[in-house]
Design a protein around this ligand. Sequence first.
Ligand SMILES: C[S@@+](CC[C@H](N)C(=O)[O-])C[C@H]1O[C@@H](n2cnc3c(N)ncnc32)[C@H](O)[C@@H]1O
Length: 233
Amino acid sequence: MTSRFLQDYFEKQYLLQNDARRIVRFSIQEQFRHRAAEGSNSPIRVRLHRKKKSFFMRKFTEGLVDTETIVEALDIQPGQTIIDAGCGTGYMSRIFSRVVTLSGKIYAVDRDSYFIEKLSEETEGGNIEAIQSDIAQLDGLDDRIADLIYAATVIHALSRPQLTAFIKEARRLLKPDARLAIVEIEKKETPFGPAIENRTSPEELVEKVPMVPLKTVRAGDHFYMQVFLNSEK
Ligand SMILES: C[S@@+](CC[C@H](N)C(=O)[O-])C[C@H]1O[C@@H](n2cnc3c(N)ncnc32)[C@H](O)[C@@H]1O
């Protein structure tokens, strides 16, 4: 099992919902911790295999974040251009797509070809362009095209150099005084999610992102959205 596979798996598993809309509480990280504590060597791959089908069919923050509050807080208008950075299944791109209408445009970006191919097929002919790319290197997109860059539960997984590269790219792609919106899981005990030390609070985010912080919005029971203005602090 490669570390890249595990990293992707951790990103995917922690935001899963089950079909009865209950949050799936199992945590592979916890399993690893228990196994380490027990000195157990039993194969975890079996459990990964059993869960694999369901986690690919599930949608990450869908049903967990308050999309109405997000759209309202971002004051999205018809005709706008939005980049959904690390779009996953692209469910939020589809919501944005309806709000900006056909006069607007959504670039849904993810490095995972599985989601991009699926989204591309399902939204063909509409105003969503699905792009397989690193969010820190969107060479195919022109400068100053975006009114908003939306990144939900992506930033916490970036290293410092990756975050710096992403912010540089965001500055290039955003129109002057356009906005960057970052959604993250709260940095406190929640029924799911990565280890607390791997989470970022709004205050820490404001320290890390060299843009003007506009507002922090509660975006669901366990999520917040931090909005920045594309302007130097
Ligand atoms: C936890 S999922 C969140 C997906 C979606 N934003 C949501 O709210 O449901 C994180 C997504 O970010 C993508 N991702 C992580 N790092 C990335 C990078 N450097 N460039 C592009 N996509 C990235 C992953 O492939 C994954 O689909």
